[in-house]
Design a protein around this ligand. Structure first.
Ligand code: MOS
Length: 731
């Protein structure tokens, strides 16, 4: 195990958050602010024939009522990078899903707006909704993500394989459900717009609003310094964001629009259900010869989810000569799905890692040994060496810490009284993601740094790890660095998504830090009073608030001294980082890897499953802060326990209405459902970006469900291929 530099500091934004001084979007208030409430469709397909708004308008305090088809015009939002935005709301009377916005009420108070929104009456002309993946009327989208791959000839290899395992696996719709209710506060000043929004990507909100209202992007400012969780729900610019700005323009007052918990189930995406078919072929001694992996997931009729490849893991996870992976979508009358923590990989690993467990039993081979025999030493699709990979260490260390080798593989063999004990494991190969990003760094005459970027921290620890990284690069203490985030007036930044922010922003800050050091050296280039004159950034080290000769740290001077002598208040430098290309480096960019080991206890009579232990060993490249990184893994793992045992968004098959759109009905793990989680990091700094990080935001969730499902099989002898694993499936 390589020792990484690890600095275990507390969250720099912790005191602000725990004392209520961190303004989340929903907390923002303006003098004279009005409140908006949404009206949603109660049919899943058809059109609105008309509205009666008289009772709504009669509610005291109501300022405006807007309905579908007679709302102010909104342009479609422009594409932002790889993202398309949802179609603008209220522009027509067609209904394509239950819960679609069909109206908007603005009033002096939230109570008045809410009451009036309930009094808007809509007439409908319904048509038969298409609600099931098996409905023959559903339009199919082939290869929606451009991620289908074929190498070798999987079908032929399966036909001649010694052993074939696999089957049909399903995962349900799940809902992201961040604690923080999504809210938008919009304020116009003439044709200039300021918006406080729950988002993982402020720049895309700015661009979408500018496009929708036909104004320059420079006239829109989006602020999201604190976000109460996202899990992917904040990656797109949802219709309510445009409606808040529309409402503020209509009533010529600032407006807050906060979603209700039920609206959080229909208006901001969710993890799409999957129906997957997987078959894995192997030789008698456990060498994979073929994988065929197909997945179908729902998508909306009029909007696309563009980032949810479920089957890709089967072409990159293991060394296997013959692989076909294929994703499809079916257009249904449902709210559009979108990314939810570990998008695609969470569902895909469930099928692949459970099917491998089945194969291990067919072969009479240990599941860890099976994975080691088929370890992908190079990237199987790109045929390039990985930029880093410590998956073998993940397996070895995880198995040891867990006590895996004491396991009797026989199902139902580890019974303790009425409790069936099961051990299960899974491997994880998560995708790599980095985006172009900019950052700016300033050092002032007090020797303090201000580093900033339009990126967000959605609770992941970005403020903290970027403060640490900046301090290290500039040779300052952590308390000498202030981090600015969540403001589109700051340098351009990508989404906080795909576990890519630490690599994207870290690389940009790396660039800004080096350029700032170079700017100081340029300042003293001809300065006879400076011991640093004539040096470049490569010649110096930054430590204790000063720059010095790398080969003789006694020869140097502080940032303060340089600024004082040149009578400058501060120096600033801009940094920028674009992800490298595999062919340039001759390396396959590696995302994080992990191995998970789960112990479950199943009540033999009642079928109740408890997760008793869960060990995660993660290769996340360089870990900047083990405390925040561990928090990412344990948070993701709790989500994985939810995916395995509890979570399921239930849609009424007749009406298309979500039947459990509350925290009372949609089950997520509580403390009593979660054991102590053992998390260990292994590996070394990755070579694909200068910071050496790989991103740990999502790998914590992926692989938890199959490890638990495999443990349930070991405990009970029952192979549950449909999530969540509920009592009814075990009895
Ligand atoms: Mo993540 S689902 O990319 O926020």
């Amino acid at each position: 195990m390589t020792t990484l530099e690890r600095t275990d500091i507390d969250r720099v934004d912790g005191p602000r958050k725990t004392s209520g001084r961190a303004p989340y979007p929903i907390d923002v208030t303006y003098p004279g602010m009005a409140h908006a409430a949404l009206v949603r469709s109660t049919i899943a397909a058809g059109r609105v024939t008309g509205f009666d708004t008289a009772r709504a308008r009669a509610v005291p305090g109501v300022l405006a009522v807007v309905t579908a088809g007679d709302a102010p015009h909104l342009n479609p939002a422009p594409d932002t990078g790889l993202w398309r935005q949802p179609p603008p709301p209220l522009q027509h009377t067609k209904i394509v899903h239950h819960g679609q916005y069909i109206g908007l009420v603005v009033a002096d108070t939230i109570e008045q707006a809410t009451e009036a929104s309930r009094l808007v009456e809509a007439g409908y002309e319904p048509v038969d909704a298409v609600l099931g993946l098996d409905d023959p009327r559903a339009v199919t989208v082939d290869d929606p993500f451009g991620s289908d791959r074929t190498r070798g000839a999987a079908a032929a290899a399966l036909a001649t394989a010694d052993v074939v395992a696999g089957g049909r696996y399903t995962t349900p719709d799940e809902t992201n459900n961040p604690m923080g209710l999504f809210a938008t506060v919009a304020a116009w000043d003439g044709d200039r717009l300021t918006v406080h929004d729950t988002t993982q990507w402020p720049d895309s909100v700015r661009d979408a609003l500018a496009g929708a209202f036909g104004i320059p992007a420079a006239d829109v400012r989006v602020l999201a310094p604190y976000v109460g969780g996202g899990f992917g729900a904040g990656l797109r610019v949802w219709p309510h964001v445009l409606l808040a700005a529309m409402a503020a323009r209509l009533v010529e007052r600032p407006v807050r629009l906060a979603l209700t918990r039920p609206q959080m189930f229909t208006g901001i995406g969710h993890r799409p259900a999957t129906v997957q078919h997987i078959r894995i072929g192997a030789t008698r001694d456990g060498v994979l010869t073929a994988i065929e992996h197909d997945s179908v997931q729902p998508v909306a009729v009029d909007d696309d989810n563009i980032a949810e490849s479920v089957t890709t893991v089967s072409s990159v996870g293991y060394a296997c000569p013959n692989v076909t992976n294929r994703d499809r979508q079916k257009r249904l009358n449902v709210p559009v799905p979108t990314s939810m923590r570990g998008p695609g990989d969470a569902q895909g690993h469930f099928a692949l890692e459970c099917a491998l467990d089945e194969l291990a039993y067919e072969l009479g081979l240990d599941p860890v040994e099976l994975r080691l025999r088929n370890h992908a030493d190079e990237h199987p699709q790109l045929r390039l060496p990985w930029s880093s990979k410590a998956l073998r260490e993940c397996y070895a260390l995880g198995a040891t810490r867990f006590g895996w080798w004491d396991r009797n593989p026989e199902p139902r063999s580890m019974r303790r009284g009425d409790t069936l004990v099961g051990y299960g494991m899974a491997g994880v190969s998560f995708f790599w993601f980095q985006q172009p990003c900019d950052a700016r760094a300033t050092i002032d005459r007090e020797g303090r740094a201000y580093v900033r970027s339009a990126a967000t921290d959605i609770g992941t620890g970005t403020y903290t790890v970027m403060t640490q990284l900046s301090a290290e690069l500039l040779g300052l203490r952590v308390d000498q660095v202030r981090m600015g985030l969540g403001d589109t007036d700051l340098p351009a930044a990508p989404m906080q998504g795909g576990s890519g922010m630490t690599a994207s922003l870290g690389s940009a800050i790396h660039s800004a830090g080096h350029r700032l050091i170079q700017a100081f050296l340029d300042l003293v280039a001809d300065d006879v009073a400076s011991p640093l004159r004539g040096l470049t950034a490569a010649d110096v080290v930054a430590a204790e608030g000063r720059l010095a000769h790398a080969d003789d740290p006694s020869r140097g001077e502080s940032y303060r001294e340089m600024l004082d002598r040149h009578d400058l208040p501060e120096l600033t430098a801009d940094g920028s980082a674009v992800p490298s290309k595999p062919e340039e480096l001759g390396l396959a960019p590696a995302g994080p890897f992990a191995a998970r080991f789960a112990e479950v206890h199943v009540d033999a009579d009642l079928g109740r499953v408890r997760v008793a232990r869960l060990v995660s060993v993660v290769d996340g490249g360089r870990i900047l802060n083990p405390k925040t990184a561990r928090s990412q893994i344990i948070g993701g793992t709790v989500g994985g326990i939810g995916m395995a045992l509890l979570e399921e968004t239930v849609t009424d098959p007749h009406t298309g209405r979500i039947a459990n759109a509350t925290f009372g009905d949609y089950l997520i793990p509580v403390n009593a459902d979660v054991p102590d989680l053992d998390v260990v990091f292994v590996g070394e700094p990755d070579r694909f970006n200068p910071v050496g990080v790989k991103g740990v935001g999502e790998v914590g969730l992926v692989g938890v469900a199959p490890a638990i499902a495999n443990a349930v099989f070991h405990a009970t002898g029952k192979r549950i291929r449909d999530l969540p694993i509920t009592i009814d499936k075990l009895l």
